[in-house]
Design a binder for this molecule. Structure first.
Ligand SMILES: [Cu+2]
Length: 328
C-alpha cells in the first residue's frame, strides 16, 4: 500500500484491503512536513514527521473494519484542512473475494472560503530587538539551510522582539482562499508610528511563489498551525494557530507619498503571542490561545531600500481583533 501526502490531501493506492499485515509506504510530496496516522479498531499508529520529498514506512496488522487515515501534524489542523481519508479492511484474502478500489481521494467538504478581518484594541509597533526564546528556536533554525545565518542575526536583533511602541490606526481586509491560483486580498491599513509618520498600505494582490520552508499556499490560507516548532515559516514567531495567514504585495505610502508598489506583506490573525500591559512575547507555544491578535508585517520589495523606520521594517499589531467568515 502506498500513501501520498500533500497540501491538503491523503491519497491511498487502495481504499479497501484484506485483513492482515500491511506496510504503508508513505511519501510526502507536499511542501511542508507531514505524517500519516492510522486509527480505528483499537489501533492508533503513526509515522514520525516526514520532511518534504522524503518517505517513511508503517507496518500494521489490521483487523476487518473501517480506519481513519490522516495527517496528525499541527494539532489536527492539517486533518481539518482535508488531510484525511478512509481505509476499509475486509476479511482476510481467501475468505471472500474483495473489490479493490482504484485509489481514493480525500473528500474535503467545500466550506468557508472568505474572511473579513478588522483590527482592534491596542495598536503596537514592534521595534528591533532580541528574540526572547532563542534556545527554543535554535534546533528549528538548524533545518533552515541557507537562510540560517540571516535568521540567526534576527535572533540577536530583529523584528520579533519585546521592544514595542504604541501606535494608532486602523486595518481591515477581506481575503479569499480559493485554492492554488484564485486567492485574493482587498484591504487598507492606515497607521501613525511614534515618530509622527503616517503610513498607508493598500493590499490588492497576493504573493503565490513558494520558497523552501515558506510555502504561500496560493497566497491565502484559512486555518493553519505553523511557525515556532513546526519548521513551517520562521521559528522566530512562536508556534501559533491562525484563522487566516496571507502573503501579499502592497502599495505603501508615507505621509501621502508613494514609497513602493512592491512592499512584501505578511498578515496573520493568530492565537495571541503577546501579553497585556507591556505586550512582550508571552509564550513559545501560543497555539492554544485565543485567536484575536492581528499582525501586519511589511518589508521592502526585493532590491529596494529599507524603510525610513526603526530597523527598516514596519511590524504593527492590533491586539484585540476580530473576523467573520463566509462561503464566498
Ligand atoms: Cu500534514
Amino acid at each position: 500500500m502506498s500513501a501520498r501526502l500533500t497540501e491538503w490531501k491523503v491519497e491511498l493506492s487502495a481504499g479497501t484491503i484484506a485483513a492482515g499485515a500491511v506496510t504503508f509506504t508513505v511519501t510526502n510530496v507536499g511542501s511542508i512536513p507531514h505524517a500519516l496516522e492510522v486509527e480505528g479498531q483499537g489501533i492508533e499508529q503513526a509515522t514520525g514527521v516526514i520532511q518534504p520529498g522524503a518517505s517513511a514506512t508503517l507496518t500494521l496488522t489490521l483487523k476487518p473494519g473501517t480506519y481513519a487515515v490522516y495527517c496528525p501534524v499541527g494539532n489536527d489542523s492539517h486533518k481539518q484542512l482535508g488531510m484525511e481519508t478512509e481505509l476499509k479492511v475486509g476479511p482476510a484474502t481467501g475468505a471472500t473475494a474483495l473489490d479493490y478500489d482504484a485509489g481514493t481521494m480525500s473528500m474535503r467538504t467545500p466550506g468557508i472560503k472568505a474572511i473579513r478581518v478588522t483590527g482592534g484594541g491596542t495598536v503596537i509597533q514592534i521595534l528591533p530587538g532580541p528574540f526572547p526564546f532563542p534556545d527554543s528556536a535554535a534546533p528549528i533554525l538548524q533545518q533552515f539551510g541557507d537562510e540560517r545565518e540571516g535568521l540567526e542575526s534576527q535572533v540577536k536583533n530583529g523584528p520579533y522582539s519585546n521592544n514595542v511602541a504604541r501606535a494608532a490606526g486602523t486595518f481591515a481586509f477581506t481575503a479569499w482562499d480559493k485554492g492554488a491560483t484564485r486567492d485574493s486580498v482587498d484591504g487598507v491599513a492606515e497607521f501613525a508610528t511614534q515618530d509622527g509618520a503616517r503610513w498607508k498600505l493598500v493590499l490588492d494582490r497576493v504573493q503565490t511563489k513558494d520558497v523552501p520552508h515558506h510555502p504561500r499556499f496560493g497566497g491565502v490560507i484559512l486555518g493553519l498551525y505553523y511557525h515556532g516548532n513546526t519548521a513551517v515559516h520562521t521559528p522566530l514567531v512562536p508556534t501559533i494557530n491562525s484563522a487566516v495567514a496571507l502573503w501579499a504585495f502592497g502599495h505603501l505610502y508615507k505621509n501621502g507619498t508613494l514609497v513602493t508598489d512592491n512592499a512584501m506583506v505578511h498578515v496573520m490573525l493568530l492565537s495571541r503571542t503577546r501579553r497585556d500591559g507591556d505586550f512582550a512575547l508571552a509564550c513559545w507555544d501560543c497555539s492554544k490561545n485565543k485567536v484575536d491578535e492581528l499582525q501586519l508585517q511589511i518589508l521592502p520589495g526585493p532590491g529596494e531600500p529599507k524603510f525610513d523606520a526603526p530597523g527598516g521594517f514596519l511590524f504593527v499589531n492590533w491586539e484585540k481583533s476580530g473576523s467573520t467568515k463566509s462561503a464566498n
